[in-house]
Write a protein that binds this ligand. Structure first.
Ligand SMILES: [Fe+2]
Ligand SMILES: [Fe+2]
Length: 276
């Protein structure tokens, strides 16, 4: 079993300062094997905001696995955005924008969807899909998890349109053996199989620290993964602490991921009309 703590959308610069210590304490208490942050560490990609993000990263348990979000590109400096758009992110996270990680049971590969031009919407190109595929080259029979900022499907809350290349990437995931996608961006959590690729589980996180909540309290997730199953727990901010809620249990059957419905509360309803 591997335990992953999945944080997302910290938005330092537009964050809840009173939740930094409780978040750090709750992640330590969860004793994860890996901490994943699926983008938007900063609000405007400034040095000061990344310094705050770096301070949190230093306080969290390791190892850490981070991919950029659209807010991590330098907002106020278009020249830097094109010349070295991800430099501040790399220095703050002390890692690449498309990391890989694995232990005995689980393999993760990240893809950078925060495009310099289509930064809000997000974009990936065929070369990045190949790179993600190669990220699983050494995965063997481990459970394969892809990590990205922008979601590949509308769920819980729509931010139209989907990123450029979302359909192409989603169609490629089963062929590279990916079984779970961790993403963020819309600040609302959601867990369900993808509609057209039910053998891939869509795990969309909410925001762990941002003041920009969309009808859901700040939270992070823990995932306890086996080769064909995962237990997902929401840890939800309750004033001064993050409280673990009843977990969801999912297993991978021949027709795709199925939820053990006796294991907890219902899935967030899918909506197709709401806009951010
Ligand atoms: Fe965000
Ligand atoms: Fe975002």
């Amino acid at each position: 079993m591997t335990r992953i703590a999945h944080l997302s959308d910290l938005h330092f610069g537009a964050h809840e300062p009173g939740l930094i210590d409780p978040l750090c304490e709750a992640v330590h208490a969860a004793q994860p094997d890996l901490v994943v942050i699926s983008g938007d560490l900063a609000q405007r990609g400034t040095r000061g905001q990344f310094a705050k993000a770096r301070a949190l990263l230093d306080a969290l348990p390791g190892p850490r696995f981070c991919v950029p979000g659209n807010h991590d590109l330098p907002h106020w400096n278009p020249i830097l955005r094109f010349v070295d758009g991800y430099g501040r992110f790399r220095r703050a996270t002390q890692g690449p924008t498309e990391p890989v990680w694995r232990d005995d049971a689980t393999a993760l590969a990240g893809i950078n969807t925060a495009h310099r031009l289509h930064w809000q919407r997000g974009e990936i190109d065929p070369g990045q899909i190949d790179q993600l595929r190669h990220g699983f080259d050494e995965a063997g029979d481990r459970l394969r998890i892809a990590v990205m900022h922008h979601p590949l499907e509308h769920a819980a809350l729509n931010i139209d349109p989907l990123m450029v290349g979302a359909g192409r990437l989603l169609a490629a995931l089963p062929g590279m053996g990916a079984r779970i996608v961790l993403s963020g961006h819309v600040h609302v959590s959601y867990v369900a199989p993808f509609t057209d690729t039910p053998e891939v589980l869509f795990v969309q996180n909410g925001t762990s620290l941002s003041t920009r909540r969309r009808g859901e309290d700040n939270l992070f997730l823990t995932l306890d993964t086996g080769r064909d199953r995962v237990r997902i727990t929401r840890h939800v901010a309750d004033g001064t602490r993050y409280v673990p809620h009843h977990p969801e249990h999912w297993s991978l059957a021949p027709g795709g991921w199925q939820r053990d419905t006796a294991s907890g509360a219902g899935v967030t309803p899918r909506t197709r009309s709401a806009r951010a």
